[in-house]
Design a protein around this ligand. Structure first.
Ligand SMILES: [Zn+2]
Length: 234
């Protein structure tokens, strides 16, 4: 499990990997969980989030202020409603997710490769219920670049659509960007996720991300991607 520490001492801690990456960002007094993984990983996530302090909501030791969803595909948000109920954290999503999360379903994008197109066809045919999640209400909707207006906190959120219309990325201290499926870290030498709504738009976001000046990009699946490597993909 990876941990990054930025120049201001912010920590970005990987809580889950495998099916989907889940990150905890501790920036000054703010704690933000980025993505939640699938229902099956709920217990594991709870343990990683420090179960002692979770038991009392008033405990000063646990302040999960926000849950940011890089996008609302089921593998990233199946524990969102549950976490909100349990911890009272505010949920941040991209603009187009507003309606999806009320229904508990976000359309699955088409496949980018032939294999991925086959998987999508199969999934739509046999497991239509598999790709949903418990509905919830979003508390913050990101339409354009958003900066946290808190003294001494350097956190920004930018829309990065392409993989899905609701994709957003969290920029931590101008150094590390958590980007969801806008980048894919599962296959070395490739950054294109197997599924995407709009491939040309997705590729534009790589340039947008590189222009932020961040040095590391943490994808929703697989390994971190350095700025030098991202440059090669553009
Ligand atoms: Zn996705």
């Amino acid at each position: 499990m990876k941990t990054f520490t930025t120049k201001s001492g912010y920590q970005i801690i990987q809580l889950l990997s495998g099916r989907a990456n889940v990150w905890l960002v501790e920036a000054g007094s703010i704690r933000i969980l980025v993505d939640t993984g699938i229902t099956l990983n709920r217990k594991k996530l709870l343990n990683k989030l420090n179960p002692e302090s979770l038991r009392s909501r008033d405990s000063a030791s646990l302040r999960l202020n926000f849950l940011l969803l890089t996008h609302t595909h089921f593998d990233h948000c199946q524990n969102a409603a549950w976490l909100k109920n349990r911890l009272g954290c505010k949920i941040i999503v991209g603009e187009s997710a507003k309606e999806f999360v009320r229904m508990g379903y976000t359309p699955i994008p088409g496949g980018v490769t032939r294999w991925a197109r086959f998987v999508v066809r199969l999934g739509r045919k046999f497991r239509p219920g598999f790709t949903g999640y418990a509905p919830f209400q979003a508390d913050m909707i990101v339409k354009e670049k958003f900066t946290f207006a808190l003294e001494g906190v350097n956190l920004e959120i930018i829309p990065t659509p392409g993989h899905s219309s609701d994709s957003i990325s969290l920029l931590v201290d101008g150094e590390v960007a958590i980007v969801g499926d806008t980048l894919y870290g599962m296959v070395s030498g490739k950054a294109m996720p197997p599924f995407a709504d709009d491939v040309p738009l997705l590729k534009q976001q790589w340039k947008v991300l590189l222009d932020t000046g961040c040095q590391w990009f943490l994808p929703g699946h697989g390994k971190p991607i350095s700025a030098a490597l991202l440059q090669k993909f553009i």
